[in-house]
Design a protein around this ligand. Structure first.
Ligand SMILES: CC(C)(COP(=O)(O)OP(=O)(O)OC[C@H]1O[C@@H](n2cnc3c(N)ncnc32)[C@H](O)[C@@H]1OP(=O)(O)O)[C@@H](O)C(=O)NCCC(=O)NCCS
Length: 226
């Protein structure tokens, strides 16, 4: 798929470098970047250090850490249309992972699915908003119609974040314990004018279509990090 190849190429060219630097309401700066293979240990440490509650919310069930296979996938940007974005802070030259978002790009469906988490000690400071806004930007740049995720109905934090970020809610297909948050990005693109059967082709054409928004700010209001 052309769209996926484009995304993968972009990931490779940007990996190692910052995708975005966000100033949080506190004035602290936060760097967002793709996860890369040498983040495996740090990312596993990050997931282990989340509270049981946050890990359950993040992975929709009990999980103490990622399996080596899943961890390998997490740090392989672009593999299978999936990307992990890390939120990191740097103090005294040491980088700390304080949040992560993972999204999957399905060019044939014209959508992006995401999940995210923020270190418990740093929740409520705008990091989740920054990550969610960033993923919206990535999705918009990929020309997708819809961004969505599933969360536990009991997850007030994620539902509050999604609501504040303009997502709507719908039942999650097949699981009453979950709720789906979703947002149509309003990208006027060939994807919206085609049947599902032809979307795969349209997604390929999209990258070459003049006038299709490439930058987030064209269609999504500037980040309100709070
Ligand atoms: C959900 C989560 C990612 C939010 O991240 P965060 O950095 O705390 O979010 P922010 O500080 O950007 O909060 C933005 C808005 O979300 C809403 N929000 C955040 N936490 C909330 C809570 N516990 N209850 C209700 N609303 C909440 C608020 O509207 C908040 O805006 P405000 O601070 O102006 O009131 C974080 O709580 C988390 O990691 N939870 C565990 C993992 C998880 O649930 N992942 C979701 C799986 S899809």
């Amino acid at each position: 798929m052309f769209g996926e190849r484009r995304a993968k190429a972009e990931a490779v060219s940007l990996s190692g470098g910052a995708l975005d630097v966000v100033v949080l309401p506190s004035g602290a700066s936060l760097t967002l970047r793709f996860a890369k293979p040498d983040d495996a240990e740090g990312l596993q440490h990050y997931f282990r250090s989340l509270s049981v509650h946050s890990r359950t919310d993040r992975f929709l069930g009990a999980l103490s850490e990622l399996s080596p296979r899943e961890l390998g996938r997490f740090v392989d940007a672009g593999e299978d249309g999936r990307f992990s974005v890390l939120a990191v802070t740097t103090e005294d030259g040491f980088e700390t992972i304080v949040g992560e978002a993972r999204y999957a790009f399905a060019a044939d469906m014209g959508d992006v699915e995401l999940g995210l988490s923020v270190d418990d000690r740093r929740q409520g400071r705008g990091i989740g908003s920054a990550l969610l806004h960033h993923v919206q930007c990535r999705a918009a740049a990929l020309g997708v119609e819809r961004l969505f995720g599933d969360t536990l109905r009991s997850n007030a934090g994620m539902m509050g974040l999604a609501r504040k970020s303009g997502f709507a809610f719908a039942p999650s297909p097949g699981d009453w314990k979950l709720v789906r948050f979703e947002k149509y990005l309003g990208v006027s693109s060939p994807l919206q004018q085609t049947s599902r059967a032809s979307r795969r082709l349209a997604a390929g054409a999209l990258a070459a279509t003049p006038g299709v928004p490439r930058s987030c700010e064209e269609i999504i209001p500037a980040a309100s990090a709070a």
